[in-house]
Structures are given as C-alpha cells and as structure tokens.
Ligand binder design. Structure first.
Ligand SMILES: Cc1cc2nc3c(=O)[nH]c(=O)nc-3n(C[C@H](O)[C@H](O)[C@H](O)COP(=O)(O)O)c2cc1C
Length: 193
C-alpha cells in the first residue's frame, strides 16, 4: 500500500450517521468479520487485548433497541423523555450492524485503566478506517445507555469493565460532507535540538 493511499484513507474518513444510512440494506457479515479482525490488530499495552465486541444484526437489532429503550425508561425516573425513548427504539434498525464496544479491564497485569481504554479507542479507529476502505458508512456513538452501569451485563461486561459506546455500520445513502481540521501547526510542536 502506498503512503499516499493511506493518507487519503485517513483524511477522507468521515462519520456517517444513522439517518444517512440505507436502512434495510445489509452489509455482508463476512465484511464485518474482516473489519473486526482489523480492530483486534490494534496496539495494546502488555498484550492484554482489552476489547470486547458484541455484534447486533438482523433480529439482534430489535433486541438491542428493546434493551436500550427499556433500560432508559427504567433508569430515568426524573426527566424521562418520550422522544429519547422512541429514538432508542428506532435508531438501530437504520444500520446493518451495530457493534457494542466494550473494554474488559486488565486484572492480571499492572496496566492503568486509561491504557485499556486507549487500546480500545485504537481498535475503534481501525473500525472507522476499515469501514471507509470498504465504501461503507459508520460512526461511534457514546449516546443512549453507554454510561449506565446497569447496561454492562447485557454486553458481557463486568463491574470493572466499561461500555464505551456503539459503532453503527451501514450502506451509505447520503454521503457526509467533507470536513475541516485545525491547521496542524496549532497542534504540533517540533523540537529539533
Ligand atoms: C469517543 C467518541 C464518541 C462519539 N460519540 C458520538 C455521539 O454520541 N454522537 C454523535 O453524533 N457522534 C459521536 N461521535 C462522532 C463524532 O461526532 C465525529 O467523529 C465528529 O463529528 C467528527 O466527524 P468525523 O468523524 O466525520 O471526522 C463520537 C466520536 C468519538 C471519537
């Protein structure tokens, strides 16, 4: 692969949100398998591989929708919003696959929690880039029930583990516009002796 090709991939990658997806058009499971294989090749400190993914597709999307909307209702005694409940019910069906992104906390080695989280974030960037390479759309969301303790068990996560959100994948119906970044001079300082 040429560096130019990778530069283009990294710089043209865009989040594609559920309303931009071709609802009902399925991505081949084999492609999602390849994408997740790339995720599992992310760097991680101490060979701990702290990622844990749960893939929802087909009838699984409705299971996710039911779980997250009901959990939202049960755990929101104050400030419950019917619109949020409905959104949690319908959004997964706009995607082909939704991947719950979990971090399994390393307990066998002295690895700081932030490094387990950082490794999973590296895995998610591999997902983002892979989705782009396959001409698909996707995005990472930390909305919904992401940070509710009661959500963890449904995704195979224990007390010490963390749910870091969901990655939606689908065919693109409406492409994202090109984006901007601040000039790298604002973000990078060189020290050359
Ligand atoms: C950790 C993380 C959490 C995110 N959570 C959300 C979210 O909850 N809702 C959302 O619309 N986008 C979310 N995004 C996607 C960002 O909105 C998106 O990356 C940003 O708008 C930049 O657009 P780009 O990905 O096309 O460069 C998240 C991204 C990251 C890295």
């Amino acid at each position: 692969m040429s560096p130019e090709l990778f530069n283009t991939l990294a710089r043209t990658r865009r989040s594609v949100f559920p309303d931009q997806m071709d609802a009902g058009k399925k991505v081949d499971d084999a492609i999602v398998h390849e994408i997740l294989t790339n995720a599992c090749w992310a760097p991680n400190h101490g060979q701990t591989e702290p990622w844990h993914f749960t893939v929802f597709t087909g009838g699984g999307l409705q299971k996710l929708a039911d779980f997250q909307s009901e959990l939202y209702k049960e755990t929101t005694p104050n400030g419950f919003k019917e619109a949020t409940y409905q959104k949690l019910q319908v959004t997964p069906q706009k995607a082909s696959h939704v991947i719950a992104i979990g971090m399994k906390r390393t307990t066998t080695k002295n690895i700081p929690e932030i490094e387990d989280i950082a490794a999973v974030a590296c895995a998610v960037e591999n997902i983002y880039l892979s989705v782009t390479a396959y001409g698909l759309g996707g995005y990472w969301t930390t909305g919904g029930v992401t940070y509710r303790e009661q959500a963890k068990a449904f995704f195979g996560l224990g007390e010490q583990d963390k749910l870091l959100g969901f990655f939606y994948i689908g065919h693109i119906a409406v492409p994202s516009p090109s984006a901007k970044r601040a000039p790298i001079e604002e973000k990078v300082k060189w020290v050359k002796g």
